[in-house]
Design a protein around this ligand. Sequence first.
Ligand code: PMP
Length: 359
Amino acid sequence: MSDNEINRHFKTAVLNSHAYHVPDSTGLIKLDAMENPYQLTDDFKQQWQSELVNAELNRYPDADMSSMRETIKQSFSVSADCGLIFGNGSDELIQIVLMAINRGSVMSPAPSFVMYQHLATLLEHEFIAVPLTDDFSLDLPELLEKIETIQPSIIFLAWPNNPTGVAYKKSDIEQIIKKSTGLVIVDEAYHAFANETMLNDIKHYPNLLVMRTLSKLGLAGLRLGFLVGQTDIIEQLEKVRMPYNVGTLNQLSVSFICRHIEVLTTQTEKIKQDRAVLFQQLSEMDAIHPIPSATNFILFKVSGLSADHVHQQLIENKILIKNLSKAHPSLTDCLRVTVGTEEENTMFINALKLIFNHA
Ligand code: PMP
């Protein structure tokens, strides 16, 4: 098809955007995507598989997701009087919300999770990015002023934030919710590695929605996200969700694994301990400036060598991390490493030392 014809068929927002790029990680130690590095034990896998063998795959999935819903409510202490909607990953929930709300302004601090801007733009909302301060905290006065003048339909707050790893002050988030006449989504994707939640505050704030994902907890391959809010809001969002967006095998798997949630929380506790070790090791290197993290990754700035060079050299050493140096002006020279196993973290640190010593 000619360029002209392509241009005629597609929305300008689609023509101007890029597909989400996932780099080839074949043969590399994968520390780029905030995944949990641990496998489930063979014994546990066998028990899980025995739950799946009798699944009736000739039938559509349970549309109410009743069994999984109950397990999730219990495992994550979701209050009985809250509404709960499931997505094929929390990415899909962001899309559902942005499809459901009136066309208007969508606001988020920047830099933050790329999907807020990507999906808002594709769905033809105006996206307003409010820069973080130099230490990647919220610029609260600026945010409150922008909220008052623009009155965005929706605000996304990743808490803790990706790609910085910073957990904003809860009192700042509450001020934003109180100031906002639109919806506020607090995206707690990294809650397993942080200390606080807004889940128990939903009853106080009708415009608050709290989003979680099982991806960072250790089930990225399953694709399950959930959004909790007051029931009248969730009822509207349900009209936009595709009827069978979570398949039978996924529902059964989530129900089984979440009934044994301690298997995953033991792993996340270990990741938190290893994050402290990794942070310390990065801090001890003169050319590396890590940002304290409440997530399962660490953002760091390099000096002396370019981030592009360090990223490429790490690949030569069979280690894949994320190069963010061109993602946002405040991320110049920045790279992001996911906390891996002890062995992977050591290999990463050793490779990094080698790269800087040879410079
Ligand atoms: N929110 C944040 C802040 C994220 O960093 C990510 C993934 N990197 C997501 C949501 C999406 O997670 P998923 O679609 O895997 O549930």
